[in-house]
Design a protein around this ligand. Structure first.
Ligand code: ZN
Length: 470
């Protein structure tokens, strides 16, 4: 079965075929580092981390680009509020964002491109739009995109320009020809950070940085653009209008992907509602792995309801899966050649692999993919009870490894710390056996108790004593 992705532009699932052979170019809207990233950001970036990982596992050479909006209205507001230099504001929140991404294991981005590093490309694109008649210079030295000149305006969101005509409550902007027009370049106001341009000192508008950065790195047309659903309009509509008017190549992006909203206890998350969850605060309540698991337990287009009960449920489910994986790994090293649970386990591995791939090929349905992992954990636990042989356990462990290459929920078993820890545990089990043989029950009981305190239980099997996580 080929991979199928829901495309916001065509409003249906389509077979994914890259533009250039095996290469996939992927762009996702990045953050504006002017405040703490929140759990809604986490939802989007975990989703696209898995998209990149799955495409790579399928053998595609993925270039994953994310912009960083390091100059924008909200940064100007923050300067006014705090009196700080914009570079310090950006550096602080960028560091915090990176820590959050590390905790969530989001590490598949190839390049984080900062808007202010692309001022020449931004200016060149605005000049091109002016020359082609899609933009105009306002009295104050700002440059606007003329949305009435672009006939495809609204094709992504389904919004019409007419619907955006000024209503009674909207104050018309004297610099704009039409209410839907948006700023490509904003003229400097006193005290604001600014760059030189042919229209005087100023700074880029928000939408133009994405097309300047993406066209520079990916060309006039590329495969995937991702973001949260609230950016479909006007942000992505504006991107399409800019890029297609500038290059003449349509469509600018072949597949537009949008993640569903994160709600908090059934409501939209807003600072004004007092239900704002900064990522760093969520990571004080649950581990990064547990939060990642919680977010992936829904298909990316579905909204997620962020609740304490939901988090706790996800944490418990996460630990069940993790312990199942760790126990299968530990058992494999000491397993006999064969066991009576082997046939059932091998069949379960085949079913889980097929289920996982079918789920991921169906528009990255991580919820169903996780269900396949749960099933394999149950089968593996049953087989360990019944007695499992090395080959069947090896296949099981391999399947878990393949799944985790995509979902990245667990520490890799090859990590040095893991190797040392399992070696020490095996050695302790051996010491306890030796103590029992010489009838030194005080020592053997101490070892058992101390390990139990650490959540490690020892169990007798017909092939000897084995440790596992409780
Ligand atoms: Zn963007």
């Amino acid at each position: 079965m080929p991979l199928r992705i829901y495309n916001t532009l065509t409003r249906r699932k389509e077979e994914f075929v890259p533009l250039h052979g095996n290469r996939v170019s992927m762009f996702v809207c990045g953050i504006t580092p002017q405040d703490s990233a929140h759990v809604g950001h986490a939802k989007t970036y975990v989703a696209f981390d898995v998209v990149a990982r799955y495409l790579r596992q399928k053998g595609y050479a993925v270039f994953y680009l994310q912009n960083v909006t390091d100059m924008e209205d909200r940064i100007i507001e923050k300067i006014e509020k705090t009196g700080k230099d914009w570079r310090d504001i950006v550096a602080t929140y960028w560091r915090e964002f990176q820590e959050g991404m590390r905790a969530l294991r989001c590490d598949s981005v190839n390049l984080y491109a900062r808007a202010t590093d692309y001022i020449p490309e931004i200016i060149a694109q605005i000049q091109g739009l002016l020359q082609k008649g899609f933009a105009y210079v306002a009295r104050d030295g700002s440059v606007y995109y003329d949305t009435t000149k672009y006939t495809d305006w609204g094709k992504l969101s389904g919004q019409k320009v007419e619907e955006l005509r000024p209503g009674a409550r909207v104050t018309p902007d004297p610099n704009k020809r039409n209410p839907a027009d948006f700023a490509l370049w904003k003229a400097q106001k006193p005290g604001e950070p600014a760059w030189d341009s042919p229209w005087g000192k100023g700074r880029p508008g928000w939408h133009i940085e994405d097309t300047a950065i993406s066209i520079h790195h990916l060309g006039p047309q590329y495969d995937l653009h991702g973001s949260a659903v609230e950016h479909v309009f006007p942000h992505h509509e504006a991107e399409i209008a800019q890029a297609e008017a500038f290059t003449g190549v349509k469509p600018f992006v072949r597949t537009w992907m949008h993640t569903g909203m994160l709600m908090v206890a059934g409501e939209e998350m807003h600072k004004s509602l007092g239900n704002f969850w900064a990522l760093k605060d969520a990571l004080k309540v649950v581990s990064g792995d547990e939060l990642r698991f919680f977010l992936l337990n829904a298909q990316y287009r579905s909204p997620i309801n962020f609740t304490q009960a939901g988090l706790e449920e996800a944490s418990a489910a996460y630990r069940r899966v993790r312990d199942g994986v760790v126990n299968a790994r530990a058992a494999e090293r000491v397993a006999p050649a064969s066991g009576s649970g082997d046939a059932g386990l091998k069949a379960a591995v085949a079913t889980a692999r097929a289920g996982f791939t079918a789920a991921m090929d169906d528009d990255f349905n991580t919820r169903e993919a996780i269900a396949a992992i749960h099933d394999l954990v149950s089968a593996s636990n049953r087989a360990l009870e019944a007695g499992a042989g090395r080959a069947a356990l090896h296949e099981t462990v391999e399947a878990f490894r393949e799944f985790d290459e995509v979902l990245s929920l667990f520490s890799p078993p090859s990590a040095d710390a893991d190797r040392i820890l399992t070696g020490v545990l095996d050695f302790l089990v051996q010491l306890r056996e030796d103590a029992r043989k010489r009838k030194d029950f005080a020592t053997s009981d101490t070892i058992r108790t101390r390990l139990a305190d650490l959540g490690i239980v020892l169990e007798d099997t017909k092939d000897g004593v084995r440790w596992r996580r409780k």
